[in-house]
Design a protein. Structure first.
Length: 677
C-alpha cells in the first residue's frame, strides 16, 4: 500500500479485472539438416521466406558428400523449406548440421581461421605475394562457400579548396574538406612532381605501387595536415615510422591542376555463379584506419568477431598488410589483379610524373577478383551431428541443442535425415529417435517423422512398430514434385509439406482442427499410390497416408500420432493440448511469488476460466454449455496444508476437446409413407 504522510488528494490506478491469457503461436517450425552454406554453431535467425533461407544457407543445388564429393543427392533441406512456404508456412528456424571430412567441426570459430589450411570445408584464398599477403576465408563451410570477392579501388573527388586570406593580403589559402585522419590520398602537383629525368617519357613498363603519388593524411593537433609516405604503424609494432612532411607547394592558380583526392575501396561478394551476396563501398584503403577511435578498415569490418561483422559472408585475415600501399600490392598480385601497367603512348605529352593515364584508370575504378576454393559439403552427417553439443559458458550450440533455447518452435522435423538409409540403417534410426526425444523433452512440440525413401508398405509398418510417442506423427509415402534445379521429377520426404500444411491449417481454420483432408499444393504425385484397402491396414497403426483422389487431387489423408495410448491418438488433440498448456504457462507467470491465498486462487481461476470460455465460444471444446466443456478448480480441494507450507499452488483444469470425425457414417433405411414420426 502507498504511504500517505501529508494531507492531499491522491489518485490511484487499480484493476478490477483478472489477468488475461493470450494464445501462443502454433505454426513456428524448426528444420534441421545439411545444406550448402550457412552458420553451424550460431543461434538461428527466424526465416519468413525461401529467399531469406537462400541468403543465409545457400541455394538448392545438389549436395556432394565425401572427400571427393562422390555421394551426391538432392538438397533436401532446401526442398523442404520451399515446400514449407509453398504449403502455407510462415515462420521457420533452421539448424544446419555439418560434418567435416576430417575430425569434428570446432565449437570455437577462431580455430577454423588459423594460418595453416585445414580440410574444414571453408572456401579460402591467400592474396598477395612475399611480405604483402592477407587471406580471404568464407565465414561458413560448404561448397557454396567457394565465393568470388571483387575489390575495386577508386579515386574520390578533389578535397583541396581555397579561401581568401584572412590577413587581408588578397591571396588565397588552401583548405581541405571531407578528409579524415588516416585517409589514403592521391596528390597531384605540377611543382612537386617535375618532369621525368632526362625529359623523356617513362618506359613502357608496369609501375610499382611505391612510384605512385599516394600518401596517408594525418591531422595534427593544431588542425594542420601532414602527409606520410607509407601507412600507419600498428601500436606495439616497434618504433613508429618517421612522419614524412612533404612541402608540396601546391598552387591554387586557375588551371594548375593541383588536387588531393582520397582513395577508397569497394568490396562485393558474389556466389560462384555471380549472384551478389552484398556490396560495401567507400571503405578506407588504410587497414588501420579509425573513425572516432573505432577501427573501420576492411580487416576490422570483415573480422571474425567484430561488432558489425556478424553474418557477413567472408572473413579477412591480415597476415602482414600494414598500410594501403601494401594492400594495393597484394591486390595487384591476384590473377585478375589491378592493372597498373602504363604504356609509353598513354603518358601525357609533357611526360609529367603525375601519371595522368593511371589516374584516369583509378578514377573509373581498378578492380581485382579473388576466387575462393576448398569449400566442400563434408561428409554425410550422422547421429553425432544431429544430436549436437552445447556449452552456455562458451555461448555456442549445434544440432538439436540449438532448438532447446528457442521457445517459439512448436513443430520440428529433420528433412533428408532418412536419405540413403540402406547404407546407414543404425544412423537413420538414431536420428529419428533423437527427433522424437527432442519433442518429448520440450513438451510443447510435435515431431514429424519421415520414412526412408522407397519403402514398401511392409517396410513402413516395421518402422512404425519400433516407435511409440504421443509427440510424433509418421507420414508415408514420399511426395513427388517437379524439381526446378534438375528439371526432373523428384521424390521428397513428407515432413516439409506436412509442416506447411500444419501451419496452413492453423491459420485458415484452427489448431484444434485435424490437419488432414488438405491439398498438397506442390505435389505432382506420390512415390507410391495408396488405395483404400492399403490405408485400412496403415491407418489403425498410426501411419498417415498421402492419397490421390480422382477429381479432388493429391491430399493428405491422415492425422494420427504414433502413440499406442488411445487418449492421444490424434495429431490435432496433441497439438491443441500443447497450445493450451503453453498458453496457460506463459499467461500465468505473474502468479509466481504472489501471496498464496484465497485472493490469488480466485484470480487464477478467473484468468484460466476466461481463456477457456473464449476457446469454447470459438468451437474448440465439446459441450453445449461452458460447465460441460471445461472446469477450473483452485482452492482447498486441490491443495493440502503441506502444499501451502511448501509454496505450491495447485490448479486442476479439465477440458472436453473435440476429436476429428474420422469415420463419417450415414445410416439409411426404408420407411413407409403412412408411418408416423
Amino acid at each position: 500500500m502507498p504511504e500517505y504522510l501529508a494531507p492531499g488528494v491522491f489518485v490511484e490506478e487499480v484493476s478490477f479485472r483478472s489477468k488475461s491469457i493470450e494464445g501462443v503461436s502454433t505454426t513456428t517450425t524448426g528444420f534441421i539438416g545439411p545444406c550448402r552454406y550457412g552458420p553451424v554453431i550460431e543461434t538461428p535467425d527466424i526465416l519468413t521466406s525461401l529467399t531469406e533461407f537462400e541468403r543465409s544457407y545457400g541455394d538448392g543445388s545438389q549436395m556432394a558428400f565425401g572427400a571427393t564429393g562422390a555421394t551426391t543427392g538432392a538438397n533436401y533441406l532446401w526442398q523442404a523449406v520451399r515446400s514449407f512456404f509453398e504449403e502455407g508456412g510462415k515462420r521457420l528456424y533452421v539448424s544446419r548440421v555439418f560434418r567435416p571430412i576430417s575430425g569434428s567441426y570446432p565449437t570455437d570459430l577462431s580455430a577454423v581461421f588459423v594460418a595453416a589450411p585445414q580440410p574444414d570445408g571453408h572456401g579460402r584464398l591467400a592474396v598477395g605475394t612475399g611480405a604483402d599477403i592477407f587471406r580471404i576465408v568464407a565465414r561458413y563451410p560448404g561448397a557454396a562457400g567457394n565465393l568470388q570477392v571483387r575489390f575495386t579501388v577508386k579515386l574520390g573527388p578533389n578535397v583541396l579548396g581555397a579561401l581568401p586570406d584572412p590577413g587581408g593580403g588578397g591571396g588565397l589559402i588552401p583548405t581541405l574538406a571531407n578528409l579524415a585522419d588516416g585517409d589514403v590520398v592521391w596528390i597531384t602537383s605540377a611543382t612537386a612532381f617535375p618532369q621525368a629525368v632526362g625529359g623523356a617519357n617513362p618506359p613502357a613498363t608496369a609501375k610499382a605501387v611505391g612510384d605512385m603519388p599516394i600518401y596517408v593524411a594525418r591531422k595534427q593537433v593544431d588542425g594542420s595536415w601532414q602527409f606520410r609516405a607509407g601507412g600507419l604503424t600498428p601500436a606495439g609494432a616497434g618504433a613508429p615510422d618517421p612522419l614524412v612532411i612533404t612541402d608540396f607547394a601546391l598552387s591554387l592558380a586557375a588551371g594548375s591542376g593541383d588536387s588531393i583526392r582520397p582513395m577508397t575501396l569497394s568490396l562485393e561478394v558474389r556466389t560462384a555463379d555471380g549472384q551478389s551476396l552484398g556490396a560495401w563501398s567507400g571503405l578506407p584503403l588504410e587497414p588501420l584506419h579509425k573513425t572516432a577511435g573505432v577501427g573501420d578498415g576492411i580487416f576490422d569490418l570483415f573480422s571474425l568477431n567484430g561488432p558489425s561483422s556478424a553474418g557477413l559472408p567472408i572473413v579477412l585475415l591480415n597476415d602482414s598488410i600494414g598500410n594501403g600501399s601494401e594492400l594495393l600490392k597484394a591486390l595487384d598480385a591476384l590473377g585478375t589483379g589491378l592493372d597498373f601497367k602504363i604504356t609509353q603512348n598513354e603518358w601525357d605529352d609533357a611526360g609529367h610524373f603525375e601519371m595522368a593515364a593511371l589516374k584516369k584508370k583509378f578514377e573509373s575504378g581498378l578492380g581485382a577478383t579473388a576466387w575462393l576454393a576448398g569449400g566442400n559439403d563434408g561428409l554425410l552427417p550422422g547421429r553425432t551431428e544431429y544430436e549436437g553439443r552445447a556449452d552456455p559458458t562458451q555461448d555456442y550450440a549445434t544440432g538439436f541443442k540449438q532448438f532447446e533455447s528457442i521457445e517459439d518452435i512448436s513443430i520440428v522435423a529433420a528433412p533428408g535425415s532418412t536419405w540413403a538409409a540402406s547404407t546407414r540403417v543404425d544412423d537413420v534410426a538414431a536420428i529419428t529417435n533423437l527427433l522424437i526425444a527432442h519433442a518429448e523433452k520440450m513438451r510443447y512440440r510435435i515431431a514429424i517423422i519421415d520414412p526412408p525413401e522407397g519403402q514398401k508398405i511392409a517396410d513402413v509398418r516395421k518402422l512404425k512398430a519400433k516407435l511409440d510417442s504421443k509427440y510424433a506423427a509418421l507420414y508415408y509415402p514420399w511426395v513427388t514434385v517437379f524439381d526446378g534445379v534438375t528439371r526432373q521429377p523428384l521424390n521428397l520426404p513428407p515432413s516439409g509439406f506436412v509442416a506447411g500444411i500444419y501451419a496452413r491449417n492453423d491459420t485458415e481454420r484452427a489448431v484444434y482442427k485435424a490437419p488432414a483432408n488438405e491439398v498438397v499444393r506442390g505435389a505432382i504425385g506420390f512415390e507410391t499410390l495408396i488405395n483404400t484397402a492399403q490405408q485400412e491396414v496403415l491407418n489403425p497403426e498410426g501411419i498417415n497416408c498421402f492419397r490421390f483422389f480422382e477429381g479432388r487431387g493429391n491430399r493428405l489423408w491422415g492425422a494420427r500420432t504414433i502413440s499406442s495410448d488411445p487418449e492421444w491418438k490424434y495429431v490435432n488433440l496433441r497439438r491443441y493440448f500443447a497450445y493450451l498448456e503453453r498458453s496457460i504457462d506463459k499467461g500465468t507467470q505473474w502468479a509466481v511469488f504472489e501471496p498464496n491465498g484465497e485472493a490469488l486462487w480466485a484470480n487464477v481461476r478467473a484468468t484460466i476460466r476466461d481463456f477457456l470460455m473464449n476457446e469454447w465460444a470459438n468451437g474448440a471444446l465439446l459441450g453445449d454449455k461452458p460447465e460441460k466443456a471445461f472446469f477450473v478448480r483452485c482452492d482447498r480441494s486441490t491443495m493440502t496444508q503441506n502444499d501451502l507450507d511448501n509454496g505450491r499452488l495447485v490448479c486442476l483444469i479439465g477440458v472436453a476437446p473435440l476429436r476429428p470425425a474420422e469415420f463419417v457414417i450415414f445410416r439409411i433405411g426404408q420407411w413407409t409413407a403412412d408411418q408416423k414420426s
